[in-house]
Design a binder for this molecule. Structure first.
Ligand SMILES: [Zn+2]
Length: 331
């Protein structure tokens, strides 16, 4: 009990909402009652109230209410116990997390100083610098991560243990454009796309995390699910910000529950239109599974040989892709 009180004092509900859910609210004159849009259900008029003195919330729209732990249970779909663990992790970041944060920052800086990486992004149609920054895209140049991290006091063993470098001390992701994979906001992995020919896709031997950018996508009434992060980047660049990605066609159980967590949501599956039909088959299997769960799902048919990224790189417009979404909806 004491532990619970302590935890709640350390992470005030209002601050938690602002930091983790980008919650914006207005308050009454004595700044105790706050009201804003409910992070737990979709609404257009604010009905979510927070009392910052009592550290409690109540939503007149969906009827949920309670304290910080109750909020985490509902928002993150966790049990009481898991919610406590989740919150404890927020106040005590582990060494593993710090190192991944540092790696992400290093890779982002490397992107600035290695024109071959920027050239590769441009080649794939990614030119919007603000978007590249927002997506946290970086570059693992090759052999310098080890030196950078050991200079910051990390041991070689730790780097190996985290999967960041290989036995020879080279970056596991070397010469790859990198994306950070997150779980509940924290970096848990990196996806690397080779800018050369060798082993194009690579994830570190760690969990692949949530559906990409799920926090910003989950409240959309319609969601586009793609196979690859370059597909996602191309779609975001074209204005389809309600696009998420499971990194591959296979969803982890956690990613599946995220995708299916809201009955009213429409899911557009836009996997690769490859020659062996693997992407299309996986898309149809996933759509069927969503239908069985009572969800609305549509499979996109792109021109032969294309994925969303190559489709845009070949000159497709926002209107072209919108037409694909419409066709999928009608078929
Ligand atoms: Zn609500």
């Amino acid at each position: 009990m004491q532990d619970l009180q302590h935890l709640k004092r350390q992470i005030p509900l209002l601050q938690y909402l602002q930091q983790h859910h980008h919650w914006t609210a207005r308050s009454d004159t004595d700044r105790q009652e706050w009201v804003g849009l409910c992070p737990l259900h979709c609404e257009t008029r604010p009905s979510f109230y927070v009392n910052s003195r009592k550290n409690l919330f109540y939503c007149h729209g969906c009827g949920w209410g309670g304290d910080l732990i109750r909020f985490v249970e509902l928002a993150e779909h966790l049990s009481f116990r898991q919610s406590l663990d989740f919150l404890h992790q927020q106040i005590r970041p582990t060494a593993g997390e710090d190192i991944l944060q540092q790696t992400a920052a290093w890779y982002r800086r490397q992107l600035q100083v290695h024109p071959e990486a920027t050239r590769y992004l441009a080649q794939r149609g990614l030119r919007d610098e603000a978007l590249i920054e927002e997506l946290g895209i970086g570059y693992a140049a090759g052999g310098n991560l080890r030196q950078h991290l050991t200079a910051h006091g990390y041991r070689f063993d730790t780097l190996r243990h985290e999967g960041l470098i290989d036995a020879r001390g080279r970056d596991t992701l070397w010469q790859r454009v990198t994306f950070s994979c997150r779980q509940q906001g924290r970096i848990v992995n990196f996806y690397g796309r080779s800018i050369g020919a060798a082993f194009p896709h690579r994830l570190l031997p760690r969990p692949k995390g949530d559906l990409f950018a799920w926090k910003s996508v989950r409240h959309s009434a319609a969601v586009i699910l793609v196979e690859g992060l370059f597909d996602l980047a191309a779609l975001w660049q074209a204005g389809f910000r309600h696009t998420t990605c499971a990194i591959g066609t296979h969803l982890t159980p956690e990613q599946w529950s995220q995708l299916a967590d809201w009955p009213a949501r429409e899911v557009y599956v836009a996997f690769d239109q490859d020659e062996n039909q693997a992407g299309q088959q996986a898309a149809h299997r996933l759509a069927a599974r969503l239908h069985r769960a009572g969800r609305r799902a549509y499979v996109l048919q792109l021109p032969d040989g294309h994925d969303p990224n190559s489709y845009f790189a070949a000159g497709a417009s926002t209107a072209d892709f919108t037409a694909c979404l419409e066709r999928a909806r009608r078929s």
